[in-house]
Write a protein that binds this ligand. Sequence first.
Ligand code: ASP
Length: 345
Amino acid sequence: MMRPGILMESKKILLIATGGTIASRHTEKGLSPQITGKELLGYIPEAKDFCRIDVIQPFSLDSTNVYWKHWVLLGGLIREHYEEYDGFVICHGTDTMAYTAAALSYLIRHSAKPVVITGAQRPIDLPDTDARTNLLDSVRFASDVRSHDVCIVFGGMVIAGTRAKKERTKSYDAFSSINYPPVAVIQDRRIIFYIDDKGHDTAPVSFSDALNPKVFLYRMIPGSNGSDLDALMDRYDALIIESFGVGGIPDYGDSSFREAIRKWTSAGKVVVMATQVPNEGSDMSVYEVGHAVKNAYNIPESYDMTLEAVIAKTMWILGRTKNRTEFRELFYTSINHDLLFLPEI
Ligand code: ASP
């Protein structure tokens, strides 16, 4: 019998290096990604005990500069190499890692093979770095037979790709798993699974290569004026409104937000309600200020999904369809653990 965390055979892993702090060096202009993927591997010689690793380096960027085109590129690389490897590890900057993890969760569905995204708060060549632990944990997790689908491995935690949020800019436990337990934790080289569900999803892996980036995120502040949204309507196919608390639309006597939602929806655009509060999610039915708008315009809301997941999911769905009924169906389909609250459609 195989003991948890003890691996029986050497797995084949593809390391996809993309830059980030993990691969950065100090320069006169500040930290910049300069350490290659091959060099990163040199810092984790122990990995040879349980896996063989090939490396590719499609780009080397501070993840501040990573956006939807890179997500499509990464999804395409994994599709191209999917049959050759048992698991994938993407080294990535932490700043936009949660967005990349969410996007890849939609671009690569039902994957029986793990796609692990990792990085670090300190460069790998510093003595007090978290990078070596994170990278070694990641290849260990990617080599484990129980692992699957897209996730982030960071700070000893394995977080479903749709549930991560960067909540700390400096500490080693930068990421939290929002509204969902971590999939696993990794302590002293042992992987302890909290969600051990390999094989429950029997659908074959499926890849998408289209995202529609015409998504605008509007963060409300007290006193915002909904008519500001008029100018954006021609440029975007979807509007995500980050409102307050469980969800409400303010009315300062001019109904400007209701009017904006009416205009966007009657022009065939998607409007999604989300909340600025990271934990516990939205429920627009609770207060009169949310209930009335939800009923009048029948707009979908984020419920327990993270904002990063809502943004990536909206781009992904609009890459497939602009039909509002189909949008709603896909938006309320749970993908890679992104949504627990399943409303009636
Ligand atoms: N600015 C860096 C990046 O996102 C931060 C990091 O990797 O931790 O690439």
